[in-house]
Design a protein around this ligand. Sequence first.
Ligand code: NCD
Length: 311
Amino acid sequence: MNTKHLIHPEDFTVQELNQLIQIAQNILEDPQDYKNICKDKILATLFYEPSTRTRLSFESAMLRLGGNVLGFSDASTSSVSKGESIVDTIQVISSYADLAAIRHPKEGAPKLASKYSKIPIINAGDGGHEHPTQTLTDLFTIYMKKGNIKDQKIAFCGDLKFGRTVHSLIRTLCRYNIKEFILISPDELTLPYELKNKLIEEYDVKLQEVSTMEEVIGEIDILYMTRIQKERFFNEADYERLKNSYILDSSKIKLAKDDMIIMHPLPRVNEISYEVDKDPRAIYFEQASFGVYIRMALILKLLGVDCTCLK
Ligand code: NCD
């Protein structure tokens, strides 16, 4: 069986990632050309963990391509509540849909499903591990707002330990000759050691770790904010102690470059003050909108739909 899945960001080469970005840009410019291209195709969204943007942008993407969607957004309403394993579920769904996006609290669950699946599986977030389609959204956003992905100085701020969006984006950006990574986090929520080591040993990237935003905000091109994730903590007291570690407000962005962009995978809790939303450098809502186009491009790629003739 030679079905293509997207489980880890490394499942696509840089060339394939660039092709996806190109297709997403074509779709954004001429959405009409794509509106029936997936007629008769079905996407299943199997969400075992809460989601707003990822699930709905996948569904919007498939509907905008003329396809259909089915699935569940609350595993308690599916046979999971009767004890069914993901392995059994996916073998059944394989005959109901043409591809499936799976979000699961357990690391590795989408990968396990892909081993038993006849249809392409997309990892829509597995625990604190990976979130490759948020990475596609982030890459497309950086490309659209900055004109290129390499040569950027990017700072990640917040929960770098459990933040799956951070893990997947860093794994991808290191393949793009990024200028420098700056990691801003409390000591308890630093980037996992294996990932940090990989960056240094395999990619020889320039890496700086700091504990405040103020000391670096004036020199960065991209500030990637993240939420402190309550659901990943084992104890409420630790979450309460760390939840307001970083709050980006107007006084801090006064120190930033005029063309710095502020990204966030969302949802935001406290880490960006609402007053920042008005600043032209705050592009997180536009970032969420780019997620639809890149997911349209991904669906076309995994279904093997050739759309090169459209451009
Ligand atoms: C992120 C996630 O689910 O990992 N959200 C998203 O998919 N856009 C980030 C988060 O939940 O904090």
